[in-house]
Design a protein around this ligand. Structure first.
Ligand SMILES: Nc1nc2c(ncn2[C@@H]2O[C@H](COP(=O)(O)OP(=O)(O)O)[C@@H](O)[C@H]2O)c(=O)[nH]1
Ligand SMILES: [Mg+2]
Ligand SMILES: [Zn+2]
Length: 274
């Protein structure tokens, strides 16, 4: 039989297959091959003897949390308290795209903005949407966009990840900031990774990309995983333009015409300066 691992606690893997759950252990072979099954893996398994036979090829995998075959990352982005941070957003967009995960930006705390502040933020929201990123600002709309997919949430502490998960699936009763502080506990109480099924989607209960860094990405990878830096390359004079100071660079022209956001371009330059 084949199914999907939705939960792992030590050596026990919960596999969902045609609506039924099976708890299996990996075969001894995995330890020899140094292959560890991950939550999200599609596996073949022996349902009579309760062991995992093989892991099907992965689309992608994350290390923290350990999870495979993610379709989409919800980048929970606060616009106030904590303030809107383009560096974290642009870095996360770039890393997700590099990992073959479609990002969707979920803006939170728009209700805390006054009219002027909202107009400022709206320019950014429209820009990200215009260059081709998926955007959402309400749980209902988000649920439509993640329907049928396996997703992880990511975002700064305090951005509203637990609040969003609770709105999507109230049975989770995740601790939001005030409650976990009142209990005098750390904010991250989850010890294992689990996918929970909600309205036809699988959502990881642990935030993804706990460490947001560009390790392993070359400068070309960074260019090719920022939408407008990649999409406009074809109009630059040189096919290998890095959009820094080359003649005939279309990206630099668009930055000067303010058609590319200054913050995006500055972040791009800082990302590749390393
Ligand atoms: N006003 C407002 N507050 C929010 C919103 N989303 C989350 N919060 C609050 O922001 C704080 C941090 O939220 P939490 O979900 O714990 O953030 P997490 O660290 O990303 O899980 C809590 O006090 C929430 O009630 C929002 O859209 N509007
Ligand atoms: Mg939280
Ligand atoms: Zn260029």
């Amino acid at each position: 039989m084949t199914g999907r691992i939705i939960k792992n606690i030590s050596n026990d893997y919960t596999i969902e297959s045609n609506g039924k759950l099976y708890i299996c252990k990996p075969r001894g072979k995995f330890r020899l091959d140094d292959k560890t099954p991950l939550v999200g893996d599609i596996v073949s398994f022996d349902e009579l003897n309760n062991y995992i036979i093989d892991i099907l090829p992965r689309k992608n995998e994350l290390i923290r949390p350990s999870i495979a075959n993610i379709d989409m990352a919800i980048i929970v982005t606060s616009v106030k308290n904590p303030d809107f941070d383009t560096v974290t957003l642009d870095k996360t967009l770039t890393i997700t795209s590099y990992n073959n995960i479609t990002p969707i930006i979920y803006f939170t705390k728009l209700d805390l903005l006054n009219d002027d502040e909202y107009q400022q933020i709206k320019k950014y929201i429209d820009y990200y949407q215009h260059i081709g990123y998926l955007i959402s600002t309400t749980p209902d709309d988000l649920l439509k966009k993640i329907n049928g997919l396996t997703v992880v949430l990511t975002g700064q502490s305090g951005a509203g990840k637990s609040t969003l998960l609770n709105k999507i699936n109230p049975s989770l009763k995740l601790k939001t900031a005030e409650i976990s502080m009142a209990l005098g506990r750390g904010k991250h109480t989850t010890r294992h990774t689990e996918l929970f099924e909600t309205a036809g989607s699988y959502i990881a209960d642990t935030p993804g990309f706990s460490k947001i860094d560009l390790v392993g990405m070359s400068n070309i990878d960074i260019r090719d995983n920022m939408k407008e830096m990649f999409d406009n390359l074809q109009y630059c004079k040189y096919h290998d333009c890095m959009h820094l100071s080359e003649d005939g660079c279309h990206v630099i022209e668009l930055v000067q015409k303010k058609e590319i956001l200054a913050s995006r371009y500055n972040n791009y330059k800082n990302f590749i300066k390393r």
